[in-house]
Design a protein around this ligand. Sequence first.
Ligand code: TRP
Length: 447
Amino acid sequence: MARQDGFGSSFGTLIALIGSAVGLGNLWRFPYLVGTNGGAAFIIIYLICVVFLCLPGMISEFVIGRRSQQDVYGAFKVLAPGSKWKYAGLVCVLGVTTVLSFYCVVGGWTIDYLIKAIGMKFSVADQGAFNNIFTSVSTSSTKNTFYMLIFLVCTCAVVLMGVKNGIEKCNKVMMPVLFVLLIVIMVRSLTLPGSGEGMKFLFKPDWSKVTTSTVIAALGQGFFSLSLGCGTIITYASYSNKKDNLFKTSGLTALADTMVAILASIAIMPSVFSYGISPTQGPGLAFVTLPYVFANMPFGWLMGILFFFIMFIAAISSSISLLEVMVAYLIEEFKANRMKATLLSFSVVLILGTLCALSQGALSGVHIFKKNIFDFFDFISANVLMTGGGLLAVLFVGWRLSKKDFKDEFTSSGKYNYSPWFLSTVLLLIKYLAPIGVALIMINGLI
Ligand code: TRP
């Protein structure tokens, strides 16, 4: 079936891919992982993982999506007719559903915090008070569910408007705004007295903190940050133009995503050091440490608003890419229209998202494999579905797709020329290194 909707230009595709990649992973997860894994050394390992393992993964998904021009399930069905590969598409659909369910809850926190920042609720002076704020935000059943719902409705509204008029247009506004505001916060952070210590932490490697688990954490983070393993790249690539330069688009997406992660760390670490706080707070870094820092710095009120605003934008631009995987699947496999497909996806995510939202409140007694529902969803998506989907994608391109088809798609049917050794290297990474890397994250996570 010919597609009626798609991205309008190669720039539109690129900005949407960047929107998907740049998310809570960059502003929330990356900085706290840098903080708990020894700073610069983690960043260097992360960069190596992105280039040699994650980028090949992204290229694989791009090839699958653009070659087939189908939703995740249809993509494997068309490229490997009559085989069981189509179930890889179902792993992706299941993956986005679980990721989206807890992602919406954290997205809801960004709205809650943004409202608090605007209402000057961060003027309390001691750090303990911020711990209490975070605890009350993450354990309140009603608030958690309410803000999750608002976040989900915003996500659905964009997806409902379509690929070109909704997803592409919104990203074209949101991404530049995010970038500019991030620079503003970064400048504020760097001009605080004592910020140099934070920069030293970020750029002078201390290798003594590096262990195997640092490497695995870096790899897992790269995977999550580049939106791999759940078919978001497959779906977005299927809307891209056959003539676009696939390698350039993937490379620029990875570059922009990494840049935002590093900029976010520069926006955060120098201020944290400037106030003499330890960077090793973990997941609470953005929601506990930072509000405290904002409460104390000159212009901190404004910085707080800007920071939680960009967190919200980053989260929305990623959640729309997750939802679009479900919507595209329903539209193409069940011939639903966009309205029906979005409503059905909304209902499913609303139910699962509510379970996640209640998991630290009303449903805190419910445990699956000794984890509350939120943590279980996080665990199962990061260690089974996302890694499983990512593994299947690289294995498919490396071992099932013919070398000729790969080359044809990678070069846009010969429009772009690469030397044979370069093509072979990329294929080698996809065939061997990427699957081994992903399998390692999977095994490590499961045990
Ligand atoms: N990459 C996004 C982030 O950094 C999250 C995200 C979007 C994602 N799509 C995904 C993660 C698909 C895994 C799979 O926050």
